[in-house]
Design a protein around this ligand. Structure first.
Ligand code: ADP
Ligand code: TRP
Length: 337
């Protein structure tokens, strides 16, 4: 079940009327099953629950992607992935973050109310530097730009994975600090966590591009088979009973299976007499069936990139109009006009 943080009584009403739902995804490589079950799936499902703004966080990606052609390609790949997986450009404003440069201005303004100590406590900066990323100022102030993304649309609800919760807390802190200093301006956004907060990778660690243990959403054929067959298991023989609760193959299987299919497989695990190869083959066919339609749709969409670009522009126009209105208000509140 989705975990929804109770809406704070301090929340201000949005002038936009319907609830604004916002989220972003970094274009830092091919999307994988962790991204799908940890983020994309609920973004798609939330369309229609309110006014949705979803964007491809290309400004943020500059902290890690340093090649222009790669960044451009990654942005288009993410856009194709989202549209193929069910993003509806009629319902949702889906856009490139950098098509709304107002967020950079808001980011600067928010940085003037952001205490250094608050950012120094952010774990994602430390984790990224520990992983070997350049410790740029941009990487350090990443959460302020993220707060600007959220507050520029005066968002109410931000569906994210667990790793982003601290960023949401920082966003709320910055909104409160701005409101206290300059008067009520921003509603305090709440987050909604996905049920699948830690999809395991092929090696059993959290699936992540940086661990090289991913199964990509749009992998198929031999490449998909190779990833699935490579999922690490213990070394129990075919005859031995196996424990579904500790098995990576079973954990991945349960993301795709119906409860009945899950029970049947669990019974086979516990009875013994079934090798992990059988479970992996079943997982492979569930993945194939689950994404069959999206793969087909992606192929169709890829043959008309002009359409994709046009949808992104349309999303950006809507988003920019909202961000401009917020910035007008913000500038006047803090004396920039
Ligand atoms: P990566 O770790 O591959 O770089 P990102 O940090 O770009 O992935 O994650 C993008 C989104 O996908 C985030 O909201 C994150 O919470 C979610 N996500 C990434 N990996 C997983 C995972 N293994 N399980 C659940 N959610 C994940
Ligand atoms: N930091 C998020 C991630 O790595 C991406 C992101 C940027 C985002 N701005 C956002 C997510 C605003 C939600 C809201 O996944």
């Amino acid at each position: 079940m989705d975990e929804v943080k109770p809406v704070s009584s301090a929340n201000l009403k949005s002038p936009q009327g319907p609830k604004c739902i916002l989220s972003g995804v970094q274009p830092s490589g091919k999307l994988h099953l962790g991204n799908y079950f940890g983020a994309v799936k609920q973004h798609i499902a939330a369309q229609g629950d309110g006014e949705c703004y979803y964007f491809i966080a290309d400004y943020h990606a500059l902290t890690t992607v340093h090649d222009a052609a790669t960044l451009r390609q990654n942005v288009l790949d993410v856009a194709l992935d989202y549209f193929a997986l069910g993003l509806d450009p009629e319902k949702t404003a889906f856009f490139r973050q950098s098509d709304v440069p107002e967020v950079c201005e808001l980011s600067w303004i928010l940085s003037t109310v952001a205490p250094m100590g608050l950012l120094e406590k952010a774990v994602s900066y430390k984790e990224k530097v520990d992983k070997g990323l350049d410790s740029s100022v941009g990487l350090f102030t990443y959460p302020v730009l993220m707060a600007a993304d959220i507050l520029a649309y005066r968002s109410h609800l931000v569906p994210v994975g667990k790793d982003q919760v601290q960023h949401l807390e920082i966003t709320r802190d910055l909104a409160v600090k701005f409101n206290n200093r300059f008067g009520d301006t921003f509603p305090l956004p709440d987050y909604r966590l996905t049920p699948a907060s830690k999809v395991p990778g092929t090696d059993g660690q959290k699936m992540s591009k940086s661990y090289g243990n991913t199964i990509d959403i749009f992998a198929e054929g031999k490449a998909l088979k190779k990833s699935v067959m490579g999922v690490v298991t213990d070394s129990k023989t075919v005859e031995e009973p196996k424990d579904p609760a500790t098995c990576n193959v079973f954990a991945l299987h349960s993301l795709f299976a119906t409860p009945e299919q899950g029970e049947v497989l669990a019974t086979k695990y516990q009875a013994g007499g079934m090798g992990y190869g059988v479970a992996k083959t079943e997982l492979l066919s569930l993945i194939d069936a689950y994404f069959a339609q999206a793969r087909e749709r992606r192929r169709e969409l890829a043959s008309d990139m002009g359409q994709i670009q046009q949808w992104l522009r349309k999303g950006a126009e809507k988003a920019r109009a909202t961000a401009r209105a917020t910035l007008e208000l913000v500038r006047s509140k803090c004396g920039l006009r």
